[in-house]
Write a protein that binds this ligand. Structure first.
Ligand SMILES: CC(C)(COP(=O)(O)OP(=O)(O)OC[C@H]1O[C@@H](n2cnc3c(N)ncnc32)[C@H](O)[C@@H]1OP(=O)(O)O)[C@@H](O)C(=O)NCCC(=O)NCCS
Length: 403
């Protein structure tokens, strides 16, 4: 079987056929259209068998927030698929290698993805760098603790399209402060209100939008759908607000729907204030889901691209069996104002695989926790704890837009 891996030269229709087969066609036409609009043809890599398309991986050019710094170039890995007749022969592995080599050449220090099957990507050096909560709050358990100023916030219906620019600007402002979020350019503003990111497009209402306002200023918004089947519910897509009162007011509205008995949200930040405000801690029935996976593509540039919670001076022996240029000893110095990283001959304080480095990169989980699981080796007493503190962030990393 002669398989050629290279840059894609074909069109969307042909690629659609492959994605349709690879994903067993769970997508609607509207979803494919949404994907087409964000697709970057020149960053698509394919596997061809005698000219027939049998595998694909795509790349989005994203600007992501990392601890202390917004707008870091990150390659978003997307639309990964190999046709069923050609699986488990190493095609994905070859596609991943070609893609990561190209990302390295393009100068992006990191790659990121959201996985349909989370067991696949660790072997290619991706570490799980954020999580999210899937919640289902019964209407009868919606009681929240008091929030100052909540009654000064007005909730108002708006048209999704007409309010798009206002909501996108507000969301982008917040995204710049939260590790793991990426800037929505015009393409992704459309993507965020497309059917792609909706759990139940078949049975729900149209996407609805409400904004929170105080003194005539928009202070937050929520996208959601409603569904009335055997059990009616509100399906919340996203809630973003600039202050707690607006956030709580939006949730108070979403948790109290007429005729419907439950409010669902698939992707709530694990430190969302709602989880602390609900009087009944069991009410959300929260399930933890994997969020964004991060792959340092250029270890030195990636480590120098973020800031650190406290001063640090550490030598990391990094293992990387997929991208050989990352393997070796790296001297990382930095603090709250910035960092530098370069190769060194100094003996290492810690040994860490690139996958774990990806996992801790955005601030959580802690290095100490990974050390306890035997995933990081400490050579200098105390290095694990101090490096762990330096990598940690006040806010948990979170990604609100799967891709
Ligand atoms: C997932 C998919 C792309 C894998 O492609 P593939 O060409 O069969 O993968 P490879 O043969 O290169 O496998 C590379 C390694 O990953 C493992 N692997 C691949 N798919 C896996 C899966 N679904 N579950 C567990 N392991 C998997 C292989 O066993 C192999 O392991 P090894 O490193 O120990 O040898 C393909 O099965 C597919 O298209 N699935 C449906 C669409 C999908 O899930 N896409 C992923 C979107 S995030």
């Amino acid at each position: 079987m002669a398989i050629e891996i290279g840059q894609y030269k074909g069109g969307w229709e042909e690629l659609l056929g492959l994605l349709d087969m690879a994903f067993s066609a769970p997508w609607t036409d509207a979803q494919y259209e949404a994907e087409r609009k964000v697709w970057e043809p020149e960053r698509s890599y394919v596997a061809l068998n005698d000219g027939q398309l049998v595998g694909h991986t795509g790349t989005f050019s994203l600007r992501m927030t990392v601890p202390g710094v917004a707008g870091v170039p990150v390659a978003g890995v997307t639309m990964v698929g190999v046709v069923a007749t050609h699986r488990r022969r190493g095609i994905l592995r070859d596609l991943m290698r070609t893609q990561l080599n190209a990302v390295h050449e393009a100068g992006e220090p990191l790659a990121a993805l959201t996985a349909s099957e989370p067991v696949i990507y660790g072997r290619f050096g991706y570490g799980l760098a954020s999580d999210a909560q899937e919640i289902a709050v019964p209407k009868k358990s919606r009681e929240m603790r008091a929030v100052a100023g909540i009654d000064d916030v007005r909730i108002r219906w708006v048209d999704v399209q007409e309010s798009l620019a206002t909501c996108a600007a507000l969301r982008n402002k917040l995204a710049a402060e939260r590790p793991g979020m990426f800037h929505h350019d015009e393409r992704f503003q459309g993507y965020a209100i497309s059917d792609t990111v909706t759990a139940n497009p078949a049975n729900g209402s149209k996407r609805r939008c409400v904004v929170a306002e105080r003194d005539g200023e928009v202070t937050g918004f929520a996208y959601y759908r409603t569904k009335r089947a055997d059990k009616g519910f509100v399906d919340v897509d996203r809630v973003h607000a600039v202050d707690l009162a607006s956030h709580a007011a939006l949730w108070r509205y979403l948790l109290d729907p007429d005729l419907l008995s439950e409010t669902h949200c698939d992707t709530l930040a694990s430190d969302d204030p709602l989880l602390d405000l609900l009087v009944d801690p069991r009410a959300p029935s929260a399930i933890t889901r994997d969020g964004v996976w991060i792959r340092p593509v250029d270890v030195a540039r990636a480590l120098a691209a973020r800031t650190y919670a406290r001063d640090l001076d550490v030598v990391l022996a990094v293992t990387d069996n997929f991208l050989p240029w990352n393997a070796g000893s790296w001297h990382l110095t930095g603090g709250p104002d910035g960092a530098e990283c370069s190769t060194t001959t100094r003996s290492p304080d810690l040994t860490i695989d690139v996958r774990e480095l990806g996992a801790i990169y955005l601030g959580r989980p802690s290095l100490v926790r990974l050390g306890r699981a035997g995933l990081v080796e400490e050579h200098t007493a105390g290095a694990l704890a101090t490096t762990s503190q330096a990598f940690s962030t006040d806010r948990l990393p979170f990604l609100d837009t799967g891709f």
